[in-house]
Design a protein around this ligand. Sequence first.
Ligand SMILES: C[S@@+](CC[C@H](N)C(=O)[O-])C[C@H]1O[C@@H](n2cnc3c(N)ncnc32)[C@H](O)[C@@H]1O
Length: 365
Amino acid sequence: MAKAHRPATPSASSPLDPLIERVSQFSADHYWDLGKFLVERVIPAALKEGVYAEQILKRMAEMPGFKFPYSMLKQCQRYYTYYPDVEKRPLPEGFYFELATKVEESKLRDRYEKLAIANKWTISDLQKKIRDDELARREDEKTRYGFDLKQKNIWSFDIPDPRFGKPNMKGRLPGQIVANALYYYTGPGWVVVDPMAGSGTTGDVIDALPYFKDRTFRMYDIEPCDSRVKRVNILQTGIPEQTGSVDYVFLDPPHDFYPRGTEPEFTPATSMTETLTKFKTIVRECARILKPGGRVSIVVEPTVGPFGIIDFPFEVTSLARGLGLASHSKVYLPRRSDSGRTMVSVESMKNPLSDCRELLTFEKQ
Ligand SMILES: C[S@@+](CC[C@H](N)C(=O)[O-])C[C@H]1O[C@@H](n2cnc3c(N)ncnc32)[C@H](O)[C@@H]1O
């Protein structure tokens, strides 16, 4: 038979080809058999060729016309790996496929198996129990941390948590963003500095959440909101912290740092330089006060106008690199749906406005 599929392996004809051909002949409902073939034949042969298990599964799935998606190959691999003895087990096979693909932890899989036998569950009873337990686990997590911990890199919160920041303050960030940043980017005992503290959201999060009780913070702003914030114009005097003394900086610059693009004297190049000069002054200060291994998270957004885009996240990343700060993480911060910012006519611009800030985190080398 003509070989319809060829792996994206370096060699034109690889010993993996006939095995891949066999995989494509499996029936779509023979999960266990397919898993066995992958685990016992394809993956060992791929490893011999210097290709990891994940890579070979992905390569197969990406081949034009290949009938199994990667997710399914992965499920079959897990199914056979966890339950090579499925035929000798007391429950119907579907139960084990469900367990293998939905439950990561082996002890938990064993517990569900015992419960299903003891309570004579149907497969939908099992699915419901797994789903309910997962929801309960997430709720538990919320209670444990005291805030909504985001698992992925889009942090969107329609309602700012009223415990953090001052409600009427312009430019206040939802405190959940700061809480997630502190969770991901700081460790126990870290010293946190917010040089543009606004309504004191960073301090509120650390004060209110027991999870962060061993972090200490210092806040600065040109217009302090309360006695915890020290009055400083950081563009003029820098951040009043010793060199190499701080573990983490959370930096949320004001919106008026950015060009709007509608001013009569606006030219993209000059405006970009003006904004970047401010960023450079502040980021250089952050790099100075950070300990090696310390981190800074910066809220930054592109400017879009009739002239096109000024990609400030990209520009700030370049200048941070030049200051010895390596990229560590990027999170998207979509604006709240009620933000209602549409001052410019998009029809005339033919370029969608930005409605999403980015939280860029860098680590001092
Ligand atoms: C976007 S707000 C910060 C909001 C804050 N993250 C919060 O949740 O409330 C930016 C802050 O930077 C302050 N700011 C602007 N220029 C400054 C400067 N040169 N030095 C210090 N703070 C400045 C503003 O007063 C404003 O409070």
